[in-house]
Ligand binder design. Structure first.
Ligand code: NAD
Length: 291
């Protein structure tokens, strides 16, 4: 029987990390947090002054960082620290299979255990602890951390033992979400061009065969309301779709849709200011319709 973690570390308190850490802080295991932007540690946790302090004080470290470059820089920093053997790093960032394999090699090389465990469900899901964690790593470690996972996730799946497998499932999911968002924007604009109101279109499709996550959630709650606050930046979704398309090319499976959807999101990122909510794809395509 593996010993339960005694102190949890958490690195990266952004749109996803902050609410996830806030739920972990409500549990019984002490939590130490670090973000390069100070002052983001949630109530009930301790804020570390640097990465070394988090790693030193905890035996399991969760990461929620923007991309593979940053995750691998952090992994290299951790691996170079003293007394890290036996500690567990659970990376919940979306970084693609190669970056996950690289981080795994770096950390296991230092005697650590690495888990590739991206999450899905968005900031709104993280705020309600209704997200899904896609675990690729030792099953025994999943069991050992289940009581922590259950604090901030509604669903947890073990998809394999190898780093990169979690990323593959996460990327294909985000490709589907990105496709639904872009395709629904175009479909709604077409309906509106015929004088039908957006809400009417959504009401019909939601109970018909075209229903998807954009129709059921993003459009009624973030676009129709004008709030554009799904909590996921367009550049991060573009990163995911680009990674998806790149890895599908490597795998050699059909990529007709992936190529086109990746082009659309690249264009959306270029047209929007940095840190724009990804639901603003609707505005970009709306402008394109008029030109
Ligand atoms: P974010 O940009 O809001 O947050 C990232 C955080 O990491 C920021 O607070 C930043 O200050 C911090 N950071 C960056 N470099 C750091 C470093 N070297 N050391 C410490 N802290 C550092 O991004 P997010 O939306 O929270 O996403 C985090 C990850 O989760 C990404 O990989 C993203 O693709 C993925 N993800 C996001 C969502 C979403 O809806 N937002 C959903 C699922 C997965």
């Amino acid at each position: 029987m593996l010993k339960l973690p005694t102190v949890i570390g958490f690195v990266g308190l952004g749109q996803m990390g902050e609410p996830m850490a806030a739920f972990i802080a409500k549990g019984d295991t002490p939590l130490v947090c670090f973000d390069r932007e100070p002052g983001r540690a949630p109530k009930g946790s301790t804020e570390a002054r640097d990465l070394a302090q988090v790693v030193d004080r905890s035996d399991t470290i969760f990461l929620s960082l923007p991309d593979g470059k940053i995750v691998n820089a952090v992994a290299a920093e951790i691996a170079a620290m003293d007394n890290v053997a036996g500690k567990v790093v659970i990376d919940m960032s979306t970084i693609g299979p190669d970056a996950a394999k690289e981080a795994a090699a770096t950390l296991t090389g230092a005697g650590m255990i690495f888990v590739d465990a991206p999450v899905s469900g968005g900031r709104q899901g993280a705020l309600k602890a209704s997200i899904t964690i896609i675990w690729a790593g030792p099953k025994a470690q999943m069991k050992r951390h289940q009581h922590i996972i259950d604090l901030f996730c509604a669903n947890s799946f073990h998809v394999g033992d190898q780093p990169g497998q979690g990323q593959a499932v996460k990327l294909l999911n985000n490709f589907l979400s990105a496709t639904a968002m872009a395709a629904t924007s175009e479909a709604v604009l077409f309906g509106m061009s015929h004088g039908v109101e957006m809400k009417t279109i959504l009401d019909v499709v939601k109970v018909s065969t075209g229903n998807n996550t954009a129709v059921a959630d993003k459009f009624p709650n973030r676009i129709l309301t004008g709030s554009y606050d799904a909590g996921f930046f367009a550049e991060l979704l573009n990163k995911d779709v680009r990674l998806y398309s790149q890895f599908v090319e490597d795998a050699g499976t059909s990529n007709l849709m992936g190529t086109r959807v990746a082009e659309i999101w690249q264009d959306v990122e270029e047209k929007l200011p940095p840190q724009s909510d990804f639901t603003r794809v609707f505005e970009v395509l709306e402008k394109r319709s008029r030109s």
